[in-house]
Design a protein around this ligand. Structure first.
Ligand code: IMP
Ligand code: MG
Length: 180
């Protein structure tokens, strides 16, 4: 089932594969935080599809928050500041915070986000990403607690991930082959 696109998309992870893996991650999170409440924090916009499916499968009292941050170009990467376009709607101190990301690429965004979140004194801070592209990592020492799939160094779209804001709506994840 391919939705209409002008570029060619090669399916890499089907809806079923994604759903199965999310069930497994949700079960792991449910087991790890038994008797506790968790706060899922989605980093907009890419994590939205993943976060909503994950939240439905986690069997714990749960809150949802979102944060929107702007990504920097190479010139500003050393500034060490995250530009928050939209901050969380509530205080996370004392909470079991689970950051939900679409993909970890270089790790730059996440390194700064982790510093920011730690400074707000959550009870626990857990990192959950649907996709990880370890070959592209430039920031060392980021500990990822839950990873959906490790992907090769190719540009992926769908299930929340975009190419110039397009293809987030695809129910599967694929490699985009740009039209020449
Ligand atoms: P980084 O880890 O700071 O390099 O940035 C990660 C962000 O870049 C992700 O949250 C995505 O928004 C975006 N990104 C990286 N690789 C891809 C990809 O293959 N497809 C779509 N977005 C990507
Ligand atoms: Mg992102």
């Amino acid at each position: 089932m391919l939705k209409h696109t002008s570029d060619t998309i090669e399916v890499y992870l089907t809806e079923e594969q994604i759903a199965t893996r999310i069930h497994e991650i949700a079960a792991d999170i449910t087991a790890r935080f038994q008797g506790e409440e968790v706060t899922l924090v989605g980093i907009l916009k890419g994590s939205v599809f993943f976060l909503t499916d994950l939240a439905k499968r986690i069997d714990l009292p749960l809150e949802i928050e979102f944060m929107s941050v702007s990504s920097y170009g190479a010139m500003t990467k050393s500034s060490g500041v995250v530009n928050i376009k939209m901050d969380l709607g509530s205080d996370i101190s004392g909470k079991n915070v689970i950051i939900v990301e679409d993909i970890i690429d270089t790790g730059n965004t996440l390194q700064r986000l982790l510093e920011l979140f730690r400074s707000r004194n959550p009870k626990t801070l857990t990192l959950c990403t649907l996709l990880d592209k370890p070959d592209r990592r430039t920031v060392k020492g980021i500990q990822v607690d839950y990873t959906g799939f490790v992907v090769p160094d190719k540009f992926v779209v769908g299930y929340g991930l975009d190419y110039n804001q397009k293809y987030r709506d695809l129910p599967y994840i694929g490699f985009v082959q740009m039209e020449e």
